[in-house]
Design a protein around this ligand. Structure first.
Ligand SMILES: [Zn+2]
Length: 273
């Protein structure tokens, strides 16, 4: 599932390719992913508009247009948004095709169809859910004190706590397991039992894990492709995620797999206290 580094990788690709491109036409094969407004308005609003800038909030991708409206995309599980020559054969489950003035196409595909697109005028109330996001670890003001203030009293497992997008925006299952491993903290410990020094470790490691993953252009575990349709390389650098019953990279103890708050979780019972 795309998390902050994957969405940031896509945003950078969109920024490189889309700025200055005008949307000449929009072909919709399946409109279930268009959450707002209705499909006819969506097409009428975007046709003829030119991309002027890009942004990202947590896992939300923002594409800004020359009338100051915004196209927002959330890839959820298997969504992909790819800038591609119009001659490239269509992938399965391609739902929306934006035909661009430079001759290329921007294609949205989604196998499991949980992804969402929204178009909003300037000043319109944000209906995407992005307004409820907490700080993201790459934000300048993100720090241990912030984590203690937002999560420090929660009785839920620390892994579930740091996955709460209203507290930590952009972190998902892959990077949460990695951060907890590097921090030497068991995923099942109640958030309320984490010490100040441990929150400091968590804050620092969230930052470094996400920055490293952006550097590696995201993790392609099963579905993720970047904005040009290429796989990332961060999967080669994962320490524990997806490695259940394999030896711990630090101590060789067998890594344990369990569900924590309903999410598959891998940790080392020796290194993580
Ligand atoms: Zn270990």
């Amino acid at each position: 599932m795309p998390e902050l580094p994957e969405v940031e990788t896509v945003r950078r690709d969109m920024h490189e390719h889309l700025l200055g491109c005008k949307i000449l036409d929009i072909e919709i094969k399946n409109d279930a992913c268009i959450k707002c407004p209705d499909t006819a308005t969506f097409i009428a609003a975007l046709k003829g508009k030119t991309f002027t800038d890009t942004g990202r909030e947590g896992k939300y991708l923002r594409l800004f247009l020359d009338d100051e409206s915004t196209l927002t995309v959330h890839l959820r599980m298997t969504g992909r948004i790819i800038y591609t020559p119009s001659t490239t054969p269509h992938r399965e489950h391609t739902h929306i095709i934006f035909k661009l003035s430079d001759g290329a196409e921007l294609r949205y595909s989604d196998t499991r169809r949980f992804g969402c697109l929204w178009w909003q005028q300037k000043g319109e109330e944000d209906c995407t859910g992005a307004q409820n996001l907490g700080l993201e670890p790459l934000d300048e003001s993100f720090c241990a004190e912030y984590l203690i203030k937002t999560l420090g009293k929660r009785k839920m497992p620390v892994k579930s706590a740091i996955l709460d997008q209203r507290a930590v925006a952009g972190l998902g299952n892959i990077y949460a397991d990695e951060v907890l491993f590097i921090s030497g903290i068991s995923p099942t410990r109640p958030a309320a039992d984490i010490s100040t020094e441990e929150w400091q470790r968590l804050a620092e490691n969230m930052r470094s894990v996400l920055l490293d993953a952006i550097e590696n252009r995201g993790t392609t575990f099963s579905d993720f492709l970047d904005g040009e349709g290429k796989i990332g390389s961060n999967q080669h650098f994962l320490r524990v995620y997806g490695k259940k019953h394999q030896p711990c990279p630090t101590c060789n103890t067998e890594l344990q797999y369990q569900k924590v708050g309903g999410r598959g979780t891998v940790h080392c019972p020796n290194c993580q206290k």
